[in-house]
Design a protein around this ligand. Structure first.
Ligand code: SAM
Length: 289
């Protein structure tokens, strides 16, 4: 999320965003710092957010706000699809997405994460986020490039979830049309994908462009919003590309009963939140028009 190096000033971690905006957290401890083959990684313990993962100077997730992001990137598409058996996660090295996917009656979810170091560090220092998901016998973890995996994969997925870093470093191609074409090819006739689609406040051009690329490939493209405390400005977006199901037409009562039937309890997501999330303020509707 950040375009400039952060500064650790005394006990504070600051993340500088574009347009002269910065946000910061008061630190209790710096737990780990490592340059992996793919990115710069840090794990810190902070006062407001608890332990947190930072990649390439951008805060990715924290113990205190991970539910806001992971519930929205997983439950919205998996409730929208009527029978999500085969689910693929790309990225998501902290395991919070895989953990929420496993709450649904999916058969053998696969996760493709490029950086083993992120998985290992999160299992060691942020185990509450994956909550055992990587050891679940139903789940399969592939360490590899999601772009290459999509090019080679056999297809037949019902839902693909792109839980990636922002469009820098190893994630750049995950935001481009050729990748979305490979995803569409790998999806069943009623399949759908979702991707985190950046900050509508600070990465408006990236959001616009991503939606444009998705529209070239999918007949139904819908952007939705959520709050994630640790992300710049707090407001975050996700975008669904779908072949058949439209996430805006499911009624609230059926979302509530799907969650109940699947035994899923949530802290952020609900039937009402599902619908509210697709109500875009006009300036964001213009961005994705
Ligand atoms: N919630 C986060 C956010 O939006 O800031 C994303 C968190 S998750 C840790 C992002 C993961 O995507 C990272 O672990 C990174 O290694 C992985 N990633 C980036 N590019 C990738 C690629 N081409 N293939 C697979 N995984 C990738």
């Amino acid at each position: 999320m950040s375009s400039q190096p952060p500064s650790f000033e005394g006990d504070w971690y600051f993340e500088a965003e574009r347009d002269g905006f910065a946000h910061g957290v008061h630190l209790r401890e710096r737990i780990l710092e490592e340059q992996t083959p793919f990115q710069h990684m840090e794990i810190v313990d902070s006062e407001p957010l608890g332990r947190a993962l930072i990649l390439d100077r951008a805060l990715q997730t924290s113990l205190n706000d991970e539910f806001m992001y992971h519930e929205m990137i997983v439950h919205v598409p998996l409730v929208t699809h009527q029978h999500p058996d085969r689910v693929l996660v790309i990225g998501g090295g902290d395991g919070g997405t895989l953990r929420r996917v496993l709450q649904h009656p999916v058969k053998e979810p696969t996760q493709v994460e490029i950086d083993r170091a992120v998985v290992d560090a999160c299992k060691a220092h942020l185990p509450e986020i994956s909550d055992g998901a990587f050891d679940n016998p139903r789940a399969r973890l592939v360490i590899g490039d999601g772009v290459q995996f999509m090019r080679d994969n056999p297809g037949g997925f019902d839902v693909v979830i792109v839980d990636s870093t922002d469009p820098i470093g190893p994630a750049v191609q995950l935001f481009q049309e050729p990748f979305y074409r490979d995803v569409a090819r790998s999806l069943a006739d009623d399949g759908l994908m979702v991707a985190q689609s950046s900050s509508p406040l600070f990465m408006a051009d990236e959001l616009s462009d991503q939606v444009k690329q998705l529209r070239k490939v999918f007949p139904i493209v819908r952007t939705y919003l959520g709050i994630v405390t640790g992300y710049p400005g707090g407001l975050w977006s996700y975008t669904i590309g779908s072949k058949r199901y439209d996430p805006t037409v499911i009624d609230q009562a059926s979302i509530t009963s799907t969650l109940r039937d699947r035994g899923i309890s949530t802290r952020y997501y609900s039937g009402a939140v599902h619908h509210a999330a697709f109500a875009l303020p006009p300036f964001i509707a213009d961005l994705v028009a």
